[in-house]
Design a protein. Structure first.
Length: 156
DNA sequence: GCCAACGTTGGC
DNA sequence: GCCAACGTTGGC
């Protein structure tokens, strides 16, 4: 049984289309600089887990599609690169502070499942995404929530 | 662009 | 260990 997750990305920086256009439709998920998100990625994300790809900070916020974890956590090299926006002087090769996983494109929804619809669904009230003040960029999705959201995807 | 809410830092 | 100040996230 896979675990289920939701990961946020700003489509202006990296969208689900960008993922679909990557070599092997696979990309490493760098730049996570939050301990809670890091811990979940490092300690709980397993190869084969499924991920809702969420578009944040844009005109149409919501879940844009699905990806899957194809490589488990390994050190985030952008933390060691002083030219990177994600550089962290406290991270070292011997003692990496930040990690990333690789995810692969699975599916893009014809219509994204909007944040508004997620908020309106009472069965999803415990999803961290819709809770007030939640800023987690990576969060677990319960199996029931995963199936509920899947049922909200419009098929044309 | 605003701002509420949250996370992190650092002085004490 | 407390907590004020600051930085960031992200919806609107």
């Amino acid at each position: 049984m896979p675990n289920y997750w939701l990961m946020k990305s700003e489509p202006g920086v990296f969208s689900i289309d960008d993922l679909a256009n990557c070599p092997n439709q696979t990309e490493h998920w760098d730049g996570v600089r939050n301990y809670q998100a890091r811990n979940m990625m490092r300690d709980q994300m397993r190869k084969g887990d499924l991920v809702f790809f969420y578009h944040s900070s844009c005109k149409k916020t919501g879940i844009a599609g699905i990806a899957k974890v194809v490589k488990e956590a390994y050190p985030d090299h952008t933390a060691l690169d002083s030219d990177s926006d994600y550089f962290d002087p406290k991270s070292t090769v011997d003692n990496p502070r930040w990690f990333m996983v690789d995810i692969q494109f699975v599916e893009k929804f014809t219509h994204l499942v909007s944040l508004q619809r997620l908020k309106e669904n009472p069965l999803l009230k415990d999803l961290p995404l819709v809770q007030r003040g939640s800023r987690l960029s990576i969060m677990p999705v319960a199996e029931k929530q995963w199936h509920e959201i899947s049922s909200m995807v419009t098929k044309l």
